[in-house]
Write a protein that binds this ligand. Structure first.
Ligand code: FES
Length: 150
């Protein structure tokens, strides 16, 4: 076991976990942040996508010890009341169906727009290619990315 001081959503938090424990477990089980979802557990579906130092990351395959000294942002840390521009675009266009993958879709979009504020469709598709949606909301996701970029 190890005690790790993390910087999550603007706050210093402490977790007590074996070093190789995935960050997703620290977020969900120890810090109560349930926005990042468990889907595949192997970094393939994007349901857990969160930001590490502003970059899209997969907490299910990121050992907790790797994020010491880095800024971790989950969807809970995007805004106080869901009014981040990307969240607003998602609501305005009614993107979610079941909703399970949507936090990951939103966090990947936040990372995309931070790096590229005016992406074209090919760039949107490339950035979100590994965020899987079983409901097939891809068309609405793309439209919401465009809306958020306006
Ligand atoms: Fe992390 Fe699928 S649960 S990528």
């Amino acid at each position: 076991m190890g005690r790790y001081r993390l910087h999550v959503n603007g706050e210093r938090r402490e977790v007590d976990l074996p070093a190789q424990t995935p960050l997703l477990w620290a977020l969900r089980e120890q810090l109560g942040l349930l926005g990042p979802k468990y889907g595949c557990g192997v970094g393939a579906c994007g349901a857990c996508t969160s930001l590490v130092d502003g970059q899209a990351a997969r907490p299910c395959v990121t050992p907790v010890e790797e994020v010491r000294g880095k800024r971790v942002t989950t969807i809970e840390g995007l805004s106080e009341d869901g009014d981040h521009p990307v969240q607003r675009a998602w609501l305005e266009l009614g993107v979610p169906q079941c909703g399970y993958c949507q936090a990951g879709q939103i966090m990947s979009t936040v990372a995309l727009l931070a790096a590229n504020p005016d992406p074209d469709d090919a760039e949107i598709d490339a950035a979100l290619r590994d965020n899987v949606c079983r409901c097939g909301t891809y068309t609405r996701v793309r439209a919401a990315v465009r809306r958020a970029a306006e």
